[in-house]
Design a binder for this molecule. Structure first.
Ligand code: MLT
Length: 312
């Protein structure tokens, strides 16, 4: 009957645009994934997915915002490993990743690359290691704040090399990359979703990749492990979250749109070009994300406490 179907169509979810919060600056690696994902998901949802960049405190301000947002199915968060590292990095975190969110699913895994400014007087990973040991804190290392994967990578790198650089934090690795291109900072460890175009255009020095094996998109780049940093590995993963209490109907629809996007060539081809791998189906679910998040909190908690890095 017409009256019933029009009433139910009006109330059907979603009936207005959905906000997807990105914890870092526009134009950066997380933003690139979010915008492309949102555009693809909108095709399934029949509503636009509006990207909202909420920067600050290494992604924790955005997480806090979403944890406290109305659980109405119109606010979601895309976040990476930072969701799992924040509890160890911030002693006074205002939210709990394991109790304050509803889970949608994971998206893609992304390698990182270790880069230097174009005119850094060091070549190859061997040259970089020598330069780093000789120059220590005269070297400026850019990152996107405590909780960013650029910070995690930089922290592990300094530990592995036994050096301490001077850290320069930005609101995301988009402005950090601008600083590297302009020669205001020396080194940046950043996701391939932002760095591949700069590497291919030869605007930066590439020292290596942070995965245990070489990657298809940059076959000539050595791994940091190959260059002597045994076991060095940082792989970035992305999850989609909602405030706890979001209706299951909304989570299910958003998850169905997410899974459709992860099969949409418009999204998957872009990810492949940028070095990212779509996660297997088992990780594309709320349970897959929740289980993974718990394991990552355990894993990185140990590493971060050992490094002794934290904010009060
Ligand atoms: C990071 O954690 O370094 C980020 O991914 C930065 C960003 O998206 O800007």
């Amino acid at each position: 009957c017409l009256a019933w179907s029009s009433a139910s169509a009006q109330g059907a979810y979603p009936n207005h645009p959905i906000s997807l919060v990105v914890p870092f600056a526009a134009g950066g690696p997380t933003d690139v994934v979010a915008r492309s994902l949102g555009a693809s998901m909108a095709k399934t949802l029949g509503q636009s997915v509006v990207i909202e960049n909420r920067t600050g405190a290494g992604g924790t301000l955005a997480s806090q915002h979403v944890a406290r947002a109305a659980p109405d199915g119109y606010t979601f968060l895309i976040h990476h490993n930072g969701m799992a590292t924040a509890p160890a990095l911030y002693r006074k975190l205002s939210y709990n990743p394991l109790t304050d969110f509803a889970y949608v699913g994971q998206v893609a895994d992304v390698p990182m690359t270790l880069l230097g400014r174009k005119d850094l007087p060091a070549d190859g990973m061997g040259g970089f290691i020598k330069y780093a040991r000789e120059n220590g804190n005269k070297i400026n290392l850019a990152n996107a704040g405590l909780g960013a994967v650029s910070q995690l990578c930089g922290m592990l790198l300094q530990e592995a090399l036994g050096v301490q650089f001077t850290t320069v934090p930005y609101a995301g690795t988009a402005p950090a990359m601008t600083a590297l291109l302009g020669g205001q900072v020396d080194v940046l460890c950043d996701q391939t979703t932002q760095t591949i175009p700069q590497i291919k255009a030869d605007r930066v020095k590439l020292f290596g990749v942070t995965t245990l094996d070489r990657i298809k998109t940059l076959p000539d780049a050595p791994t940091l492990q190959e260059a002597g940093l045994k076991g060095f590995e940082v792989k970035v993963w992305h999850g989609v979250y909602a405030p706890k209490g979001t209706p299951p109907e909304a989570i299910n629809k958003f998850n169905a749109a997410l899974r459709a996007a992860l099969k949409d060539p418009a999204f998957t081809q872009k990810m492949t070009e940028l070095g990212a791998d779509i996660v297997p189906e088992s990780k594309q679910t709320p349970e897959g994300l929740q289980t993974w998040l718990q394991s990552e909190i355990n894993k990185w908690g140990v590493v971060i406490r050992k490094a002794g890095v934290y904010a009060d």
